[in-house]
Design a protein around this ligand. Structure first.
Ligand code: NAD
Length: 285
């Protein structure tokens, strides 16, 4: 039976470090603060927002939410975003995406201050992830996967790592972060031939496809590390990952569950970025 990679344990270790850093900043009169920009009130966004607020509060980070109407015009949206971006009391911005279809996110991803871009959506931070420059911010979810790997001391150097999914929020940036650690990466997607074999040969398998329980027992090699990023609802209406956990847990050496896996670490990475942003923007490094 594989060792369960518990998101809560990873988050607790991160919290301990972040509380200390936040206290040091507060001694210098700096209160790290996250600005959340939300258009409309999608249940998923609200759930993540609640979790993020709780996480920030637990660490001592402030949180300001800007809620905008679903039918806001592009011009108004950009104006409101600009206000948050220019607010010196806000050190990091989380914009919930996707935006409603009539809004274009590109102008704000271009205008966001790169050190406030705590979810790594601006071209500057994307470029840094792809060039291996660690002075920027990677998107929170791929970095949460790396935090899990580090906490459980997974050796990535030279290892065969397969990532299922090539999105700009998870699969692609994650592949770059893994590459930075000298892993040998194979990125799979919907047109990959021999997906099963590629997964089975991996020493580390990361699933980020968004397909409930698509990774079967036969797709996992003996002793593989299996990290599940997917968040799906199964036929019974329960939350589940991309990995068929029951079928895989006996084959894996380490396995992350859903829920209580990677998803529990994402907001801790967000907090880490806000604290870093606060230190940088206030000149206290
Ligand atoms: P996406 O739909 O943008 O991308 C999915 C990727 O998986 C695509 O590149 C696609 O080619 C690939 N894919 C889909 N089905 C496949 C299949 N059958 N075989 C091989 N490849 C396949 O999704 P995303 O935004 O990257 O998110 C992926 C999953 O991760 C979703 O379940 C999402 O809910 C979850 N997610 C979790 C967190 C978190 O905090 N844990 C954060 C973001 C996303």
């Amino acid at each position: 039976m594989g060792i369960v990679m518990k998101g809560a344990d990873v988050a607790a270790a991160m919290k301990e470090r972040l509380v200390k850093k936040t206290e040091r900043l507060k001694e210098q009169g700096i209160l790290p603060c996250l600005g959340i920009v939300r258009v409309g009130a999608r249940p998923d966004d609200l759930a993540y927002e609640r979790g993020a607020r709780k996480r920030m509060e637990g660490i001592g980070i402030g949180c300001q939410v800007t809620e905008l109407p679903e039918d806001i015009t592009q011009e108004e949206f950009e104006k409101e975003f600009c206000r948050v971006n220019d607010n010196p009391d806000i050190h990091g911005i989380l914009l919930f995406r996707p935006l409603p279809a009539h809004l274009d996110e590109e102008p704000v991803t271009e205008m966001i201050h790169p050190m406030k871009d705590v979810d790594g959506m601006s071209p500057v931070n994307i470029a840094k992830v792809f060039t291996g420059d660690e002075t920027g911010y990677a998107p929170c979810t791929p970095e949460a996967v790396m935090e899990m790997m580090d906490y459980y001391k997974i050796d990535l150097r030279g290892k065969r790592v397969t990532v299922i999914g090539r999105s700009m929020v998870v699969g692609k940036p994650l592949s770059m972060l893994l590459l930075k650690r000298h892993a040998t990466i194979t990125v799979c997607h919907t047109r990959t031939e021999e997906l099963e074999r590629t997964c089975r040969e991996a020493e580390v398998l990361v699933a980020a496809a968004g397909k409930a329980k698509m990774v079967s027992g036969g797709m996992v090699g003996d002793g593989a590390v299996v990290v599940d990023v997917g968040i799906n609802v199964d036929a019974q209406g329960s939350l589940c990952g991309d990995v068929d956990y029951d079928a895989v847990q006996d084959k894996a050496s380490y396995i992350s569950p859903v829920p209580r896996g990677v998803g529990s670490v994402t907001s801790s990475v967000l907090a880490k970025h806000v604290v870093r942003g606060a230190a940088y923007l206030s000149g206290s490094r």
